[in-house]
Ligand binder design. Sequence first.
Ligand SMILES: [Zn+2]
Length: 286
Amino acid sequence: MSLGNLVGPSRAARLLLAALAHGRLAHAHVFAGFSGESLSALALNLAKALNCERPNPDACDSCVACRKIEGGNHPDVLVVQPDGDSLKLDQIRAMQNRAWRRPGEGRYKVFILRDAHLLTPEAANSLLKILEDPPGDLVICLLSPNAQALPATVLSRCQVLQLDPVSQATPADLVDFSETLLSRDAGRDELDALRWAEGWEKRRQEFPGLLDALQSCLRDVLLWRTTGASELLLNTGQEAFVASAAPRWSQAELLAGLEAVERARRALAHNANFRLAAEVLFLSLL
Ligand SMILES: [Zn+2]
């Protein structure tokens, strides 16, 4: 895989390729969007393009550097993920130490921080020191479902790429069902989840659309919880629903919900049993 043939974040990938071609790539990026898989793919493929032995300006996807990055064992590409429930100061300090060393094999060091909204305030301050004066051979990618959830001081030093928002034209009944799911009405139990999965088995063709709708509703509730800003909602006109659902979910539960949607999408892409994938998803959203 390379930037040029990424399917999900294609618009973002095109923008990065254009920046690479013109030698105007920023040193620090925020890739924001709800598909963790798309965010990681974008960051790793940017790392490939930066360190490929035959860049054009995209990666060749077959040289030793490209293959090492794909396999997660290139010494200049560092992926940092939350330790427990946050990205901690010692993790950023370790990163800081590496920031000033020369790349070991490639041309650039690429640091990828997953779930960057989970930076502790101390870790964010430490990260700022790198962002304020980044070495020329360092590119940082912060991945987060929601750019607005990052500290403003960090955000202001990064180029923000919002991945293509999920379909704005989601059929109303899919949004309605998503809202029913997320309303967390009292008295629901596992039997309801199994019943829903059974019902959706007859509507499998529409299920990918439901996953999009669920993702956009979960994102809206998360955004509302974090910012209270209705103008950023993807599903316009649903402010009343979002405001009523938001208090019933914690941020961690919303993120877990987004992950469950992503897992269902992956399972179905790999031809997993439909009924089982739907059951697991609905059970995890009870
Ligand atoms: Zn290559």
